[in-house]
Ligand binder design. Structure first.
Ligand SMILES: [Fe+2]
Length: 199
């Protein structure tokens, strides 16, 4: 089964700057995503995106929300429509006239699956956070102290263990860091304390 989207342009340039309200986004999130683990993953990625925009991209509140929104909804269709993953949420957001850059970020969060290259910083960071956030969360679940006292070296050890969180693509993580021009260590260090606050 191919999840290739078969196109590289999304939405309409005239909709640049159009975002869902937080209420609209939360409603879509709650209506579409039932799986609690997936909900947490999407919230974690959303928060990391918001923090990155605020701290590294000098984004104002509106731009922070744009990044957060892309993170919050990037897997919205995975729960109920795995065969239409990415296609379904993109079409929904296109129908709601959402900013094409949000659509492009969602469309390129797994470029090997969807056939869309990450281009903008928002694309690259969503791609970079997605898998690594999952691995760090899996690590927190096996530690009695969860995130407390979690260190870079522990995460790197888990990354090297192929059998640990085996579904997390190490290849994607390395590829994402290269594309975003970020050191893996810096990304891990950014994620740990911020993700720890998302429950
Ligand atoms: Fe994801």
């Amino acid at each position: 089964m191919s999840l290739h989207l078969g196109r590289n342009t999304f939405g309409n340039a005239a909709n640049m700057g159009n975002l869902l309200s937080r209420e609209e986004a939360n409603k879509l999130f709650n209506d579409w995503v039932m799986n609690e683990r997936l909900q947490l993953h999407m919230k974690q990625v959303a928060y990391l995106m918001k923090c990155w925009a605020a701290e590294k991209e000098n984004a104002d509140e509106q731009l922070q929300w744009k990044w957060e929104l892309a993170g919050l909804l990037h897997d919205a269709d995975w729960d109920q429509w795995p065969d239409l993953h990415c296609k379904k949420i993109i079409e929904e957001l296109e129908n709601r006239n959402v900013d094409p850059e949000v659509l492009h970020a969602i469309a390129s969060h797994g470029h090997l699956h969807f056939g869309v290259e990450p281009v903008n910083n928002i694309d690259k960071m969503l791609y970079a956070f997605d898998e690594l956030s999952g691995l760090i969360h899996a690590y927190s679940l096996m530690r009695p102290e969860a995130y407390a006292g979690m260190e870079l070296k522990g995460v790197k050890k888990r990354l090297k263990e192929k059998s640990f969180a085996a579904n997390v693509s190490r290849e994607d993580i390395n590829d994402a860091c290269n594309r975003a021009n970020i050191l893996l260590d810096d990304l891990i260090t950014f994620i740990i304390p911020r993700q720890a606050t998302v429950v």
